[in-house]
Design a protein around this ligand. Structure first.
Ligand code: ADP
Ligand code: MG
Length: 382
């Protein structure tokens, strides 16, 4: 058995490729997860999230690469430690509950296995059930639960498990917003308190950014970007990553001057100085600039016209047509009184210059309205 006692990493994945009948679903993935860390896998449907988690848990074998858990090699071509000997807590989308066990006994089971007495194991289970707002279901069996309730019981059992590493495969997909919030809060608190680690797959950017210490952007089985939530949101490596991680408007404009922290843009003859970063910004040049909805404001020196308004509860989104592209501007609360079609002024606080060759001049760009509103619930294809 190969071991490496020098590491504090709970999980190390090296050059991992997993194939289905010769077609790679995960390609050359490198990833480490430290003690106490929550790493989110964020990618559209089919990007390989489930396959990667199945490989870590031991249900799929790699065709290339290695998986190390707690400094022990558990998977490589021709070598596989079975799932029950990996100490990985698993919550998959349709995770089966034992039909004969009541809810409270299901959630008490992990503590019983650790040797805790029946009374305190059940007390601990009830505490978790209360946290997830399902204590009233304690005496029911799986057949007496709705799909969403079964999922909550599966999550409660996962929280009770206290495995050194847990993998979650879109576990909140069928949960109400309220329960989802309760679960994510509890998951975070437990990871912090116990030092256990988690890998959490989701296609929901808000969930990934809000939950994780680090986020892995996956596309077609490959890692496109790996960074803190702030990095992948504010400094995406390309247009695809920008649209996957949140609402993204793209402006095409000339950068007149740039230094490390700011750049001066020429927006239809008006120069504006904004916070602006890019790994390779040279001036003067025409660039594609990412604008997040909270990086721009209504009111200011720049001209525009209101194309659409969407009320979204806590905030209202305004799509503004400008000489350099459509920009989505988020204003908190409900904003009334502005009519679609009217002239509005706006200003820009911050942008991120996307890497890559200089874009064409603004006049050659197609309308960008769809890019501005897309990407939040339905990640795009590359
Ligand atoms: P995700 O969880 O991100 O939606 P998956 O890991 O389920 O992605 O799938 C990644 C790719 O592998 C997809 O192209 C999918 O069609 C393919 N795939 C998944 N499971 C199988 C399978 N059992 N047999 C063949 N191909 C599969
Ligand atoms: Mg999946």
């Amino acid at each position: 058995m190969r071991t490496d006692s020098t590491t504090d990493d709970v999980l190390r994945v090296r050059g991992l490729t997993v194939e289905y009948e010769g077609v790679a679903a995960v390609s050359e993935v490198d990833l480490t997860v430290a003690r106490g860390e929550v790493v989110a896998l964020l990618g559209p449907s089919g990007s390989g999230k489930s396959t990667l988690l199945h490989a870590v848990a031991g249900f799929r074998s790699p065709s290339a690469g290695e998986i190390w858990l707690h400094g022990r090699l558990v998977a490589a071509p021709g070598h596989a430690v079975p799932p029950e000997r990996r100490d990985v807590g698993v919550v998959f989308q349709n995770y089966a509950l034992w039909p004969h066990l009541s809810v409270v006994d299901t959630v008490a089971y992990p503590a019983r296995r650790r040797g805790t007495g029946r009374t305190s194991a059940r007390a601990e289970a009830l505490l978790i059930l209360r946290l997830l707002d399902i204590a009233r279901l304690a005496d029911r069996r799986p057949a007496e639960l709705s799909g969403g309730e079964q999922q909550r019981v599966g999550l409660a059992r996962a929280l009770a498990r206290r495995a050194a590493l847990s993998v979650f495969d879109e576990p909140t997909a069928h949960l109400d917003t309220h329960v989802r919030g309760l679960f994510l809060e509890e998951l975070r608190a437990r990871q912090r308190d116990s030092g256990t680690a988690a890998v959490y797959a989701t296609h929901d950017a808000q969930e990934a950014l809000g939950l994780a210490d680090r986020v892995v952007l996956l596309d077609a089985g490959r890692v496109v970007q790996l960074g803190s939530p702030e990095q992948v949101y504010a400094e995406p490596v390309d247009l695809w990553a920008a649209t996957l991680t949140g609402p993204a408007s793209m402006l095409t404009t000339r950068v007149a001057r740039a230094d490390a922290e700011h750049c001066t843009l020429d927006v239809a003859g008006t120069e504006v100085r904004v916070a602006c970063k890019s790994p390779e910004l040279s001036d003067p040049s025409v660039r594609r600039l990412l604008v997040r909805p909270e990086w721009a404001r209504l009111g200011g020196a720049l001209p525009g016209r209101l194309r659409a308004v969407w009320y979204r509860g806590p905030h209202t989104d305004h799509l503004v047509e400008t000489p350099v592209g459509d920009v989505l501007i988020r204003v908190s609360g409900a904003v009334s009184g502005r009519q679609v079609g009217e002239a509005v002024s706006w200003s820009l606080d911050r942008t991120w210059a996307l890497a890559g060759p200089d874009g064409p001049p603004p006049s050659a760009q197609p309308p960008l309205s769809s890019a501005a509103s897309a990407g939040w619930s339905e990640p795009p294809r590359r």
